[in-house]
Design a protein around this ligand. Structure first.
Ligand code: F6R
Length: 242
């Protein structure tokens, strides 16, 4: 795994955005895997800037998001569809029909997950996957456990994830306790992966990502099985090391 330690969140976001931009420039019809949460917001802002100032062209790009709460309407301001429209899609020239987020309002969760997997294959697979990392080491909503699920699936959220994400909701009770998420194999099939982490709350997860253990109890450690992963973090997340 390549590790890039940046001075701060801003530098981390610029670095990540440059990687995404070069992917889009080299392959204008590339397929991007996207994350939500607070970590990639700076990267999305920088991509918007590159679109506005340097005419980075998203008109042929396709995107697949990692996950969505369940159940939730796409129009709900806490949904990941809403988040993506607001933070990225509505601010660049990507046709909205090229953007895919699991449908959290479906009454057929299993079919939705199977279709999502199929759709990714149909578009040729993910060229570049952007990941954040949970404090507990989750990626997407693949939560720590004795075993992990390979394909896109409906999952229960960990108590610690509900607590961490309650900052975005009116109260903890409003946080959905389930989500639709790409599975570990879905993520690992991406041709290239970048993992973003900032702040001291992510230090334990980043440490686990950079030692040589692999465990389903820290799902992000599975990324060590992939041949092209770059961790891009700030100094706070990396911590002091000898
Ligand atoms: C979001 C996602 C999650 C987040 C993780 C970190 O689509 O898949 O795995 O990346 O929970 O969230 P933040 O960035 O809010 O700390």
């Amino acid at each position: 795994m390549k590790v890039v330690i940046c001075d701060n969140y801003e530098k981390m976001s610029e670095y990540a955005a440059r990687i995404v931009a070069s992917c889009v420039t080299l392959k204008p019809n590339c397929v991007l895997g996207l994350a939500t949460g607070s970590t990639p917001i700076g990267t999305y802002n920088e991509l918007v800037r590159l679109y506005q100032n340097e005419e980075l062209d998203f008109s042929s790009v396709k995107t697949f998001n990692l996950d969505e709460y369940f159940p939730i309407e796409p129009t709900n301001s806490q949904s990941y569809r809403y988040f993506m429209n607001k933070n990225l899609f509505d601010r660049i020239n990507i046709p909205i029909e090229n953007t895919f987020v699991p449908n959290g309002a479906t009454s057929e969760a299993r079919a939705e997950c199977e279709n999502y997997e199929e759709k990714i294959k149909e578009y040729g697979g993910i060229d570049l996957q952007i990941l954040g990392i949970g404090q507990n080491g989750h990626i997407g909503f693949n939560e720590p456990g004795d075993e992990l699920i390979a394909a896109t699936h409906l999952t229960e959220l960990d108590e610690s994830t509900i607590n961490a994400n309650s900052r975005f909701f009116k109260s903890r009770e409003d946080v959905p306790d389930k989500a639709l998420t790409m599975g570990m194999a879905t993520i690992l099939r991406a041709r290239r992966i970048i993992v973003l982490a900032n702040g001291k709350e992510k230090r334990n997860a980043v440490r686990a990502l950079t030692d040589d253990r692999i465990s389903a109890k820290i799902p992000a450690t599975m990324l060590k099985l992939h041949k092209d992963v770059t961790l891009i973090c700030d100094k706070e997340a990396y911590g002091d090391r000898d």
